[in-house]
Design a protein around this ligand. Structure first.
Ligand SMILES: *Cc1c(COP(=O)(O)O)cnc(C)c1O
Length: 386
């Protein structure tokens, strides 16, 4: 075992795929202190700039002084607090669904939901670029598991026509490493045609897409019939922690009874739920955050296009620049850091081999000047490296 561990690490290093963690010594915000030095960050998923918002901090501290820190037990034992319950109601209201169920993490929500809905003899169909937690959920469910080409609705239709048992189609709403959207209107139509259920993981859409920020479902105008299983997380645009599934009464009660990652885990701290609740109100009632973010996205894309950088087909806050091999992506990332900019190099296995990229994310907390600073740094690195 010792030899295996050492050999694996050596191989990982040789492939330029070795991952290491950086120590952040400040709150999540554009101006970061990382390993003791200042860096301007463009890699957080805090799309609305809420992670360090005074209202969240206040809600968190107030709830902590009332409820303490630990929730004490799982939801079904005695850990389901008033704060969790109020958050579930706010989420159901925001998403326009009958009910919502809070999970401790998005990873667990996906594992638990897919496995609670399908079983051996059923079929799960997933987009090739779905998040790892969805793929793991599909594999763990015991159902027949198959992937369709990215956003290829025609191929999905063919696979659905040949599928057996209950059918569940699962897709990201916004793809986490590419920033593009799933064509949910078309996917919902093909699901209806084949009597399949649709589940959307909207980790990167909730809070930012749609008129009121209610996510991809709102953006495409899909109701609970067309999109019965809506899942999103609270650790990204909502600036807090946790995740939820929204849908019908029957769906949510099934998850409470049968979703093992829901049942067998400690409820998240009530104060975290209180902070999420405060964040939902801000996300909903302050559309200017989304407007500002959208202006920054346009500014960035215009600037990056004039530098001839290889942008991807995205109008969301996720604005990757395609580089190619892992080694080069890493060198770009390191050179940007020398310019005071922190952008992560995303490499296999997170993305397919040969498509390593800089995953730039913009947030409502950035200023136009900071986006210009990023563009200047990219221009500089481009001159130095190409
Ligand atoms: C981040 C993410 C998750 C996991 O959510 P956590 O709450 O961080 O566990 C799931 N799906 C997608 C698409 C994500 O980007």
């Amino acid at each position: 075992m010792k030899q295996r561990l050492a050999a694996r690490l050596a191989e990982r290093r040789a492939q330029h795929l070795y991952r290491r963690r950086r120590e952040v010594q400040s709150a999540q915000q554009p101006a970061l202190n990382v390993d003791g030095k200042p860096l301007l960050g463009f890699c957080s998923n805090d799309y609305l700039g809420l992670a360090n918002h005074p209202r969240l901090i206040e809600a968190f501290t107030q709830a902590a002084s009332r409820y303490g820190v630990g929730s004490g037990a799982s939801h079904l034992v005695c850990g389901h607090s008033h704060e969790h319950h109020a958050l579930e109601q706010a989420l159901a209201d925001y998403t326009g669904r009958e009910r919502a169920l809070l999970f401790s993490t998005g990873y667990m929500a996906n594992l638990g939901t897919i496995a609670a809905l399908v079983e051996s003899g059923d079929t799960v169909l997933q987009d090739k670029l779905n998040h790892a937690s969805l793929l793991d959920g599909g594999l763990a469910s015991g159902a027949k598991f198959s992937r369709y080409l990215h956003n290829d609705v025609a191929q999905l239709g063919k696979k659905l026509a040949a599928a057996s048992g209950e059918k569940l189609v699962v897709t990201d709403g916004v793809f986490s490493m590419d920033g593009d959207l799933a064509p949910l209107d078309q996917i919902a139509a093909v699901c209806a045609q084949h009597n399949a259920w649709l589940m959307v993981d909207d980790a990167h859409g909730f809070g930012v897409l749609g008129e009121t920020g209610a996510g991809s479902a709102e953006y495409f105008g899909l109701n609970s019939e067309q999109l019965p299983v809506y899942m999103a997380t609270l650790g990204k645009a909502i600036g807090s922690f946790g995740a939820f599934v929204a849908g019908s009464e029957a769906l949510i009660e099934n998850l409470i009874q049968f979703a093992r990652p829901y049942i067998y885990t400690t409820a998240l701290p009530p104060a975290v739920a209180a902070a999420s609740c405060a964040a939902l109100a801000l996300a909903r009632n302050e559309p200017e955050r989304r407007q500002h973010l959208n202006q920054l996205i346009v500014r960035f894309r215009t600037g990056a296009a004039s530098l001839d950088l290889d942008l991807m087909d995205s109008f969301t806050a996720i604005q990757p620049i395609r580089i190619g091999d892992a080694d080069t992506a890493l060198r770009w990332s390191q050179a940007l850091e020398q310019q005071g900019i922190w952008v992560g190099a995303i490499r296999p296995p997170t993305v397919p081999a040969g498509s390593s990229r800089l995953r730039i994310t913009l947030t409502a907390a950035h200023t136009a000047q900071q986006v210009d600073q990023l563009l200047d740094a990219l221009a500089h690195v481009q001159r130095a490296l190409t």
